[in-house]
Write a protein that binds this ligand. Structure first.
Ligand SMILES: NC(=O)c1ccc[n+]([C@@H]2O[C@H](COP(=O)([O-])OP(=O)(O)OC[C@H]3O[C@@H](n4cnc5c(N)ncnc54)[C@H](O)[C@@H]3O)[C@@H](O)[C@H]2O)c1
Length: 419
C-alpha cells in the first residue's frame, strides 16, 4: 500500500512533523532504528515533551504507524530524514546517523520519490553525502527522484509557534526538486520559503543558530565587565529593547544549552576550516565565551561565599532548575551539568531542585535532589538560580535563603546577587 510520507527518525523533530502531516490528512509512517521506541509509540506513548500520549494516540487513530522494518520505506511517495547530527569526539560533525538512514532510504528508493533531509548539517551535505548514497541505487537525483534539504526550526516548549505555523525553508537539488518539496510542505505548513539550492537552505539554518550563539556570547561577555563596573546589564538591555527597530534582546546566563546553539555553529566553523583552511573567528570566540560561563558563575559564587567568611569546600550549594530552558523537562546540553561539576570539583556539597527533573543522571550521587524546596533553600549556604521555571516564586525563595545568586536577572529581592 502506498503512503504519502515516511518520516525517518522519530525524535523531537520527526514526531511533531509526523503529527503535522497526519493532522493534514496525509497517510504517514515513521521509521526508527529503536524497536522499543516503535513499540511504545504504536501503543500510544509519547517520549517527547511537546507531544502528549493523547496526541500520539490521536495520530494512531488517524492511521499513523511506527515501524522498524526498513522495507516499509519503499511504499512512501516522500521520505523525510530527521535523524540526529551530534558532534564527534574531536568536535566535528558526526554524520553516522545521516549516512545510515540515507543508505536505508537508498535501498528502498523508488522512481518518483521525493527525499528530504531535515537534520541540521554543514553546507554541502545533501549534495556531497546524501545524493551519492541515494544514487548508489542506480537512480539519478533530479531526473529519477527528487532531492531537497529543509531545515527543522522546532522550538521545544514554544506554545505559539509549532510545525504548522513556523515558516519552512526549502532548497532542492534542481528547481523541479525545490518545487516538489515546496508543494509537499505547503500541504501542512502555512508558509514555505524557497532557496536557490540545497546549500543555501543548509546555510540558512546554521546562520540562524550562529546568530543566536554569537549574540548570547556578546551579552555574556558584557555581563562580566558590567558586574565589575557596577552596571546592571539587564536594566541596560531593557532600555535598549525599547528601540522599535534594529535591536533584538539577548540575555546573559550560566551558559548555553539545548540541541542547537552549542552544536550547530561548530558544523559551520568545522566546514570552513576543513574546506578553506581558516577559522570562522566569530564562532570560535563565541564558543570560548559561552563555554567558560559555568566556570565564571562558580567563581562569582565563590566570592559570594567568601564575603560571608565561607569556603566553597564543604559549603552547601543548591542549584534551582537544571533543564536547558524554562518550563520544559529537556536536559540536553544543559549548562547546569558543567556548572554542577565545577561546584563539585571545588568540594561544595551540591543539591538540586527542578520541578521537571526527578532524577538527574548527569551528576548521580554528586547532586542529590531536594524534595522540600523551601526547606532546602533555607538550609543551603548558597542558592543559585540556574533556570527560572515559572513555578518558582523567585523573590520569595530569595527572601528565605541565606545567600541567593540569580544568573537570570529576574530577582528583585534587595539581598540577592545578580550575574
Ligand atoms: N530537537 C530540536 O530542538 C531540533 C531543532 C532543530 C533541528 N534539529 C535537528 O534535527 C535533527 C534530529 O534531531 P532530534 O532532536 O529529532 O533527534 P532525536 O535524538 O530526538 O531523535 C532522532 C531519532 O532518530 C532515530 N535514529 C537514529 N539513527 C537512525 C537511523 N539510522 N534510521 C532511523 N532512525 C534513526 C533515533 O532512534 C531517534 O529516535 C538533528 O539534526 C537536529 O540537530 C533538532
Amino acid at each position: 500500500m502506498t503512503v504519502d510520507v515516511a518520516i525517518i527518525g522519530l525524535g523531537y523533530v520527526g514526531l511533531p512533523l509526523a503529527q503535522a502531516a497526519t493532522r493534514a490528512g496525509m497517510s504517514v509512517i515513521g521509521f526508527d532504528v529503536k524497536p522499543a521506541l516503535v513499540a511504545s509509540l504504536n501503543a500510544g506513548r509519547s517520549h517527547i515533551d511537546d507531544l502528549s500520549d493523547a496526541a500520539v494516540a490521536e495520530m494512531i487513530g488517524h492511521g499513523f504507524r511506527a515501524t522498524a522494518d526498513e522495507s516499509d520505506i519503499a511504499s512512501a511517495k516522500t521520505t523525510v530524514i530527521c535523524v540526529p547530527t551530534p558532534l564527534s569526539q574531536d568536535g566535528g560533525p558526526d554524520l553516522g546517523a545521516v549516512t545510515a538512514a540515507t543508505a536505508a532510504v537508498g535501498r528502498q528508493l523508488q522512481p518518483g520519490m521525493l527525499v528530504v533531509l531535515e537534520s541540521t548539517t554543514y553546507p554541502g551535505t545533501t549534495d556531497e553525502v546524501v545524493r551519492p548514497l541515494l544514487e548508489k541505487s542506480g537512480l539519478v537525483a533530479g531526473t529519477d527522484f527528487h532531492l531537497a534539504f529543509s531545515p527543522e526550526r522546532i522550538d521545544p516548549g514554544n506554545e505559539k509557534f509549532g510545525a504548522h505555523n513556523t515558516p519552512k525553508v526549502v532548497g532542492g537539488h534542481t528547481p523541479a526538486c525545490t518545487a516538489r518539496a515546496a508543494e509537499f510542505y505547503g500541504r501542512f505548513i502555512e508558509t514555505v520559503v524557497t532557496t536557490k539550492g540545497t546549500r543555501e537552505a543548509e546555510t540558512a539554518k546554521l546562520l540562524e543558530n550562529t546568530y543566536r550563539h554569537i549574540n548570547i556570547a556578546l551579552v555574556n561577555e558584557m555581563a562580566r565587565f558590567c558586574h565589575q563596573l557596577g552596571i546592571d546589564l539587564w536594566d541596560a538591555i531593557r532600555a535598549a529593547s525599547s528601540k522599535p527597530f534594529g535591536f533584538q534582546a539577548f540575555y546573559p546566563g550560566p551558559g548555553v544549552g539545548g540541541h542547537c546553539i552549542p552544536i550547530d555553529p561548530n558544523y559551520l566553523s568545522h566546514n570552513v576550516r576543513t574546506k578553506l583552511g581558516y577559522p570562522f573567528r566569530f564562532v570560535e570566540l563565541a564558543e570560548e565565551i559561552n563555554a567558560t560561563m559555568p566556570a565564571y558563575v562558580t567563581h562569582r559564587a565563590q566570592n559570594i561565599l567568601n564575603e560571608g567568611g565561607l569556603p566553597m569546600n564543604g559549603s552547601r550549594v543548591l542549584l534551582l532548575g537544571v533543564t536547558y530552558k524554562p518550563n520544559i523537562a529537556d536536559q540536553r546540553e544543559s549548562p547546569a551539568v558543567p556548572l554542577a561539576r565545577e561546584f563539585v570539583s571545588l568540594g561544595a556539597k551540591v543539591m538540586f531542585h527542578d520541578p521537571y527533573v526527578t532524577e538527574w543522571t548527569a551528576l548521580g550521587e554528586n547532586a542529590l535532589r531536594a524534595d522540600d524546596l523551601e526547606a532546602a533553600v533555607a538550609e543551603a549556604d548558597l542558592v543559585v538560580l540556574v533556570q527560572n521555571h515559572s513555578t518558582y516564586s523567585v523573590d520569595h525563595l530569595a527572601s528565605l535563603s541565606k545567600r541567593f545568586f540569580d544568573t537570570r536577572g529576574v530577582v528583585t529581592h534587595p539581598g540577592a546577587y545578580r550575574l
